[in-house]
Design a protein around this ligand. Structure first.
Ligand code: SF4
Length: 536
């Protein structure tokens, strides 16, 4: 009899997405590679559907095609209002945001140990759903192993409550907890609280460790596995030959509002990894970089995932795809039979100014690039330690000419940047909106695990699980935490008024894909290719 692993992704990730978080499909792939049955269950998506009727994908697509941002606003706020009604009807003080989920306001400033006790006595907004839907289904599935991932700090409370429920209701299942947030909390008291609710905690990369734990369960059963497995596992280096093909079984792609997209990672961590404000790559390894798979290997895995799911749009979640790798990938993908399209994050390298490279990448399916611009070109990039030298204006023009859309990540209020820099960045977005598809414009945050010249973290023993920390300026002229919040709101408002497409959450989940949005079906490849050519 084959064993079953269920991968749970807790509520409170954004509901405004096009596909699942990659963690579950990767772990499910690791289980499949060991001949286990595996099921992904995206509780963010499933729980959202119990709270609100989401906008119809067709309505979003049509409004985007017309450039009708009033209609998009209406769809967005009608959706959000339903969640807010649920939040305000709950007996605990609760607020809601579509991009960050439900917040139990009274729990956000206390240590995680105290949160755990409060949850046991007072519950959460997720309790009824967990009791009525999640636990009965898990009981009927009888998984040997349950994996839970925490990818955002907004999910911590939902995950902790889920762990409490699952542990009590399914004592025969081995519970494995992991995810970027868990890894980054590994030296905190909060980590010990999380650990107390699971049989094993996996930090850094989890797919190899997860597979090894399944093997032990298979050999000796859950009870004995609890005694022999390490309490903390995980790898900082996993040879790419062991990276599993993501398995999307259990994911309901019709449940996402955006055009369905498969997440995929071909490079683990960031090949630069030294921007002083960025903690993202540290989830993969202490060095921030953990290897890259060659283009042929990537293409084979993508084709396998496309064949299984019928979805041919790929979101590379690599922190930064190098131009050289994009070129090799495009060489392979332009000859695949599935008209695969893809988007990827990248650094502002000079090579992205090269029009022939971009034409080649477009022919190989590249549809959108996401660059960390951070600040307008007038700002000195040395303050960010970005060490990138591409000219954003040339890159924007070349991408536009090649038909590749562009997203810019921007930040205001970085220490040692000024209010003038912030407005220069804001105006750069507005002035160049014809060349920019979408953007993020956020205030500087001091992320847990980073050290940024000009500010010092304010220790907060009362809250040990927040990923962004409050700080105080250590140099004259550096903006305060509160001033950055105010500046962020003002700059966002200015972009929102003059260039709503750039920031609109609904536009960006259909925007990258300019062609027909039907899924790949084996009998219709030719039709899809023709359609794409007709539009492009
Ligand atoms: S901001 Fe981007 S380029 Fe810089 S370290 Fe982070 S992921 Fe790498």
């Amino acid at each position: 009899m084959s064993h079953l692993a269920v991968l749970l992704f807790p509520p409170n990730w954004s509901s405004c997405v096009s596909g699942p978080h990659l963690a579950m499909p990767l772990l499910a792939g690791a289980a499949r590679a060991r001949s286990w049955d595996a099921l992904c269950w995206d509780l963010t998506e499933a729980f959202s559907r119990t709270c609100a009727v989401s906008p119809a994908r067709e309505a979003v697509k049509e409004a985007c095609a017309r450039g009708d941002f009033e209609e998009l606003d209406q769809l967005y706020f009608l959706w959000e209002d339903q969640f807010q009604t649920v939040a305000s009807n709950h007996r605990r003080r609760c607020s809601f945001g579509l991009l960050s989920g439900f917040h139990h306001d009274d729990l956000s400033g206390i240590p995680l140990g105290a949160v755990a006790s409060a949850l046991t006595s007072e519950g959460t907004i997720f309790d009824t759903y967990y009791r009525d839907v999640v636990l009965p289904r898990l009981h009927s599935l009888k998984p040997s192993v349950i994996g839970i991932t925490i990818a955002s700090h907004h999910q911590v409370i939902a995950a902790l409550r889920l762990l409490q429920f699952v542990r009590e209701a399914l004592p025969k299942a081995l519970i494995i907890l992991g995810g970027n947030v868990v890894t980054r909390l590994r030296h905190s008291n909060a980590f010990r609280v999380l650990q107390a609710h699971a049989d094993q905690v996996v930090i850094y990369q989890g797919d190899l460790a997860f597979g090894q734990s399944l093997q032990v369960v298979e050999s000796v059963g859950v009870q004995k596995a609890r005694k022999v497995l390490p309490l903390i596992a995980g790898d900082q280096q996993v040879a790419y030959e062991s990276w599993p093909v993501p398995c999307f079984d259990g994911i309901d792609f019709d449940g996402f509002v955006g055009i369905p997209v498969l997440p995929y990672v071909s490079t683990r961590g960031c090949y630069w990894g030294r921007c002083n404000f960025c903690a993202i790559p540290m989830g993969w390894s202490e060095q921030g970089y953990a290897g890259s798979a060659p283009a042929q290997y990537v293409k084979d895995q993508l084709v396998s995932a496309v064949q299984t799911t019928g979805i041919r749009r790929i979101k590379f979640v690599d922190e930064a795809l190098s131009p050289a790798k994009a070129k090799r990938l495009a060489s392979f993908l332009r000859h695949d039979d599935y008209a695969i399209e893809w988007e990827a994050y990248a650094r502002l390298e000079k090579a992205w100014e090269d029009l022939p490279l971009l034409h080649h990448a477009y022919a190989g399916g590249l549809r959108k690039l996401y660059f960390g611009l951070e600040q307008a070109p007038t700002t000195n990039r040395a303050i960010l330690n970005k060490n990138d030298h591409g000219d954003i204006r040339r890159i924007m023009t070349a991408c536009h000419t090649a038909g590749i859309k562009l997203h810019l990540f921007c930040m205001v209020g970085h220490p040692r940047s000024t209010t003038t820099d912030a407005w220069a960045t804001t105006n750069f977005l507005i002035d160049n909106q014809m060349l920019i598809d979408t953007a993020d414009l956020v205030g500087f945050r001091l992320d847990h695990g980073t050290t940024v010249p000009g500010v010092a973290e304010l220790p907060n023993p009362y809250c040990d699980w927040q990923m962004s920390r409050r700080y105080t300026p250590t140099e004259p002229e550096v903006l305060s935490y509160e001033a950055v919040g105010q500046l962020e709101a003002e700059c966002q408002e200015a972009v929102w008024v003059s260039a709503p497409r750039l920031l609109h959450p609904l536009y960006r989940i259909v925007g990258p894909w300019s062609v027909d949005t039907s899924a790949y079906r084996p009998h219709s490849i030719g039709a899809l290719v023709e359609m794409d050519q007709g539009v492009a």
